[in-house]
Structures are given as C-alpha cells and as structure tokens.
Design a protein around this ligand. Structure first.
Ligand code: IVH
Length: 685
C-alpha cells in the first residue's frame, strides 16, 4: 500500500468509527484503538504534507479565529417556531392547519413529531460533498460563520457520500449532551464561575468561542432536521431518512402521526420519557409531513404556519423555604438565594434555588419559613416561583435585605436604576475569594488545584491580598496550610495541603505566567467582560499596554464591543488599584502580549487605526488581497459585513447587496479612485 492509499484507508476507517460512535452510539473499537488510527494518520500526514486535505479527520481543529466571526447571509431565512403550551393549543394548531389546507384537507393531517433539542440552531453548507461552511442562526437572516468551531464537532461529517447533491444546506441543532453539560457546569462552579442556566446557553456560548481547540473539548454534539436545496423528496419523513443515509445524525425517536390525537399521545409519552434521554429536550416539534402542503400553508415573518413547538410543562414542587441567604459575588453584587428543605424535582434533588433579585423577592413577598413553589423548567437552575399564602405560618415577617455586607460589614449600596445591591469595599474578603476563584478558573488563568478551599486558606492566612500575590507563593507556605474537603458521607475533613500538592499548585501558578493574553483579561473579572469579550479585546489590541491606553472610542471601534462594555473596561482600568494590580502582575512576569505570530495579521497603528472598511465588487487596479493589505498596513481593518460602525465601503465594479446596505445605513462610499487616493496607490503596487 502506498502512503496515499494508507492515508485514504485510515480516513475511511476513522470516519466509519466516528459514525459508529457519534451517530449510532454503537462503537466497534475501543477509544485506544481509535486513537491509534488517528495517530497513524497524523504521522503519515506530517511525513507527507502534500497529501493533507482540509476534510481529513485530523483537520477538525484549525487555527484560531482572528477578529471574531464573519457575518453571513442565509440563502433562506432561518425561521423560529410558534409555541403550543397545552394540548388545547395543540388542537388549535391542527384546526388552523386544516383550515389552511382548505376543503381538500383530510380529517387526519399527517404530521411528523420530533423531539425538540435544547441547543443552538446551525446551518451547514456542503459543496461537492465537502463541508464548506457552518453558520449560526443569528437574527434569522444573518448569522455568524463558525465553520472552524463546527468542524470540531465529531458528530458532524466533514464529507457527504457521493450521491449527495452538488450543493446542499443542512439545518439542525448543536447541543451539549446532559453529561457534558453537567461536567461543564461542575467545573465552572468549582472554579467560582456562574453555571450556565441551560444547555442551550452553554452550546451557544461554545459555538462563539474564538478558540476551536477549546470548543473541541466541550463535547458538543448535533442533530439535523432540515434540508434546503437539492431536495427531491416529497415528504419530511423522507428528508429525515435521506439525511440518515448520508450519515448525518438524526434524532431517532421521530414519528409520523396521523391526526392530532396521535400527536397528543406522542407529547404525553415524551413528557414522561424525556428523562431517559442522554440530552435535554424541552418539547416536541410538530411539522406537516407533506412538503407541498407546507407550500400551501406558507409562513409569517417569524415562523412557518406548518409547524409548532409543543412545550413540556415546567415541573413544580412545593417545599419549605428554610432561610434566605445572600451571596457576595466578585463584583460585589449581593444576591439573595433560597435554602430549601430538599425536594426531588425533574430528576434531581434541589436544596437551593435562585430568587432573582431583591425587587422580585419583595414584590412576591417571599418569607423565611414559607411553603414555596419551586420550578425547574427548560432551565436547569431551579427557581422559587412564589409563596403558598394559604400555608404561611402566622408568626412570619417580611424579609429584609441586610444593610451591611455579611462578610466584611461594609454598608451596601444600590446604584440608581440598578436592581442589584453591592458591597463596594474592594478589599472585602468575600469579593477577593470569588475574584481569585474566577482568576484561577479553568476558563481563565487555568490554575489547577487552586480551588475554593485553598483560596480561603490563603486569604485567611494573609498570604494573598490580590491576584499578584499568587506569584510570590512558595511551596513551604502552601504546604503547611490546611484544606477542607467534603467526605462522601457529607462530613468535612481538614488536611494539611502537604509538599506534593503544594509543589503541583506552584508549578501550575508558574505555568499560568505564559498564558494567552485573553485568559488574563478575562481572569481580571472586569464587569461585562466574558470569555469571548476578552478574546476580542486581546486580538483587537494585542497587548495589555495597548488596551490600557485605549480610549472608549478606540475600544468601541473593535467589532462587537458596545458602549456598555467599553465604558466598563475603561472605568475598571482607570481605577488606580487596578492599574497597580496590572503593574504588579507585569513585574511578576505574567505575559501581557499576544505572541508575535498571532499578531502578524493585527493592524499596526497607523493613519487608519480604528477605522473599518468593507470591500465589495471587483477592483480594477488591484486584487481584494492587495486592497486589504493596503488598508491593514495603514492600521485599518477590513470587515466582511457592513454595519453602522463601518467607516466606509470600498465599492468596485458589479458590487451587490453590501453596497446597497452601505447606502441604506448612510455609510460613506469610496469608488476605486477615491480608494487609491486614500491608501496612496503607488504604495500598494
Ligand atoms: S424546525 C422552520 N425541529 O427550536 C422550522 N427546530 O424554538 C425550523 N429546534 O429555531 C425549526 N429542535 O433552533 C426544528 N426538531 C427540531 C428542533 C428545532 C430544536 C429549535 C430550532 C428553532 C427553535 C424554535
């Protein structure tokens, strides 16, 4: 066998096993055997770079995404679904369908019932059998090009078989299986980060991460339910069959149901059975099966008239509210939560629940000692719906928000037009604790072993008063601390950290010195700066120094950075103690720059700094690449989509919708001559 043949053979085998594993849930070989195939392919491709192809299974993870995601227009809008919250509403939907189909409609319309996947919708484009693009739904007409992230999802085939149409768009849902979701949340909670409220948020968040390597680790999966273009079938059930033949994952429990009573039965059945599934479903999607009938029924601007989503009712239970406690977050936000008499709801025992905010709590007059209704809806974090007034104990009294911080005793404040109370003491140990937990979290500086209990010890022992102190810690001072851990029987045990563990933590702290810049920016815990915003800022500025010098306007010139985020970053940086913190971290050797190779594509400062151009149509004197280079060399940016923030659109011959959009938004238009004058045409040749 030649290397080329062996490579092809390996790719075929790997694809086969990925399909067995991710689509049929029936692996034929062990993980180790699979890894061995992958390693052999990897080795052969390294030895024969000319044989590398972009649809090889080794290429699922590509390079980092620069400058966020390009915006893409969907060929056909990605519509949402109308909802039915009861069997009555489901019957009303069936009535509307039959009326819409007119006098020829059968008494029992044929529907397909599918489980509604709680994830984020996506559209994949395959050309000549190869996955060329994957996009999010966005606002329905424009989404984001997240191809590099979707390629990491192993349930998504990079190739379709030879009988697939030349060009086809496939729509479906990317989601986190329950185990992966729970793992993600457990990790986040352990690290002091807020848990994702539901799998949908977790999946959507992962899709928009700028680092495909991180996305690959999340454990996303996918199911598909719609074909756009290249479809010659006449019913939806045939579409589902065909997609399955193409090795696309299709949720297998769908059913053809004739007449509304069968639908009702399906919804009742899955209302019960859904907990047996390895992923979360929040309802049943009901679709008219015959595609010609769909045409007759049509759509509103928001949803098709031939489909609806039956939502499973939220599960509620009544229990006793033992106490209302408050939690102090790292930004100082003080939020109440309910400590409950443990109660079993929707598959798990609940002993704590959110109470939203003080306003909500007082409006509903929820009191300690009350019997309360607790709900777990599509959202996984349980919440207190309200009190059962008829069972209120006579001695109860309205709950009072504490006026001082329960941890440091500082007066609490509530800024005008905000609902949240805050502890404004920057040295509050509760804030430092949460701040350090966030700083060390896996998604931030990723310091393994530095968890809640060790941080508490470090603070109590006075060893750490800010993040920079971490970098002065030595093995012996950590080793003599006592860490508290929870035994399986619920009892706490105290143990000396010991030399071995201390060494590990110190090694982790040292390793974190050379983290990517965005991890530091995120770890600082600036309000409104999430993982993604941190990545955007790191790539937009390239160094902490540049970020520190940025004005609000410059911050806002970065795509996706809005006024609230820009203000928040600026005012955080303006705080002298934060400035000092950065200085101290710098002195300790924490990396404050993007690596040079990642920065090559970044705009160097120049006369066009902070300006964004869109190039559309054909330029006669230069190629697109040359034009882009010319703009970037002068410090400007080139974006693929027009928005109100676009400085100007460079419009060549035969320009299409982008030029129209620019005119519509009042964005200045530069023709080729004006553009040459701007960049100095002599320089670009
Ligand atoms: S069909 C035009 N089928 O639910 C019809 N959607 O609440 C397009 N969803 O935006 C949607 N499972 O993201 C369809 N089996 C399923 C689905 C499903 C989940 C999502 C989808 C849609 C949202 C509407």
């Amino acid at each position: 066998m030649t290397p080329a043949e062996r490579i092809e053979d390996l790719r075929r085998q790997i694809r086969h096993h990925e399909e067995r594993y991710y689509i049929h849930n029936a692996p034929e070989i062990s993980d180790a055997e699979f890894d061995a195939l992958m390693q052999e392919l990897q080795r052969l491709e390294t030895e024969h770079p000319d044989l590398v192809r972009s649809d090889s299974p080794t290429r699922r993870v590509g390079g980092r995404v620069e400058f966020g995601f390009a915006s893409v227009e969907h060929a056909e809008p990605m519509l949402s679904l109308d909802n039915a919250f009861s069997e009555e509403e489901l019957r009303a939907f069936d009535d509307r369908v039959r009326r819409g189909l007119g006098s020829g409609a059968p008494a029992d319309v044929e529907y397909v019932a599918e489980l509604k996947i709680d994830g984020a919708s996506i559209a994949l484009t395959y050309e000549h059998g190869t996955l060329v693009r994957g996009a999010t739904r966005g606002d329905g007409s424009r989404g984001e090009d997240v191809t590099s992230n979707l390629r990491t999802v192993r349930a998504i085939p990079l190739r379709l078989p030879a009988d697939a149409p030349e060009r086809v768009e496939i729509r479906g849902e990317v989601f986190l299986p329950r185990k992966a979701f729970e793992r993600t949340n457990a990790e986040r909670q352990e690290a002091g980060e807020p848990a994702f409220a539901n799998p949908r948020n977790a999946a959507a968040g992962a899709l928009r991460n700028l680092d495909p390597g991180l996305v690959a680790q999340r454990g996303l999966s996918a199911f598909f339910y719609q074909l756009v273009g290249g479809n010659t079938v006449i019913t939806h059930s045939e579409t589902l069959e065909r997609m399955k033949q193409w090795s696309l994952p299709v949720e297998p429990h769908w059913q053809v149901c004739s007449g509304v009573e069968r639908l009702v039965a399906f919804c009742r059945e899955w209302g019960e059975r859904r907990r047996t599934l390895p992923f979360d479903t929040d309802g049943v999607v009901i679709k008219v099966n015959n595609l010609a009938d769909r045409q007759v029924l049509g759509a509103t601007t928001k949803w098709p008239r031939w489909a609806t989503a039956f939502k499973f009712p939220a599960e509620q239970m009544t229990t006793r509210l033992r106490r209302i406690e408050v939690n102090v977050g790292r930004t100082g936000a003080v939020t109440p939560f309910a400590v409950l008499e443990p109660v079993f709801i929707a598959g798990s025992t609940v002993s704590m629940a959110t109470l939203h905010n003080v306003e909500d709590l007082t409006r509903k007059d929820i009191r300690e000692g009350d019997w309360v209704i607790v709900e777990k809806a599509g959202d996984v974090i349980p919440r207190v719906v309200g009190p059962v007034l008829s069972r209120r104990p006579p001695e109860s009294a309205p709950w009072q928000m504490p006026t001082v911080c329960p941890r440091c005793g500082a007066q609490l404040h509530r800024p005008d037009n905000e609902v949240v109370w805050r502890c404004e003491n920057n040295s509050c140990p509760a804030r430092l604790q949460r701040g350090l937990e966030h700083f060390a979290a896996r998604g931030a500086m990723n310091i393994e072993g530095l968890g809640e209990s060790l941080i508490a010890q470090l603070i109590a022992g006075g060893l750490v008063t800010d993040y920079a102190d971490l970098y002065s810690l030595d093995t012996s001072s950590i080793a003599s601390l006592t860490a508290t851990s929870l035994r399986s029987d619920g009892r706490e045990i105290q143990r000396r950290v010991g030399d071995k563990n201390a060494e590990k933590v110190v090694a982790q702290i040292t390793r974190s010195l050379s983290n990517d810049l965005w991890r530091l920016i995120y770890g600082l815990g600036i309000r409104h700066v999430g993982e993604r915003a941190a990545q955007v800022l790191a790539e937009g500025f390239g160094s902490m120094q540049a970020l520190e010098a940025a004005t609000v306007e410059q911050l806002q010139s970065i795509p996706e950075v809005g006024p609230v985020l820009a203000e928040s970053v600026r005012s955080w940086l303006d705080e002298p103690r934060n400035h000092q913190l950065i200085q101290r971290l710098r002195k300790k050797g924490v990396r404050m720059e993007m690596p040079p190779e990642a920065r090559q594509t970044r705009a160097a400062p120049g006369p066009l700094s902070g300006k964004t151009y869109v190039i559309t149509g054909t330029l006669l004197s230069m190629t697109r690449e040359e034009a882009t280079k010319a703009i970037e060399e002068l410090g400007g940016r080139v974006s693929s989509s027009v928005s109100k923030k676009t400085t100007a659109a460079v419009v060549g011959a035969e320009a299409g919708s982008k030029a129209d959009k620019a005119r519509e938004l009042g964005v200045p238009i530069l023709d080729e001559t004006a553009f040459q004058a701007l960049v100095g045409s002599a320089d670009t040749r």
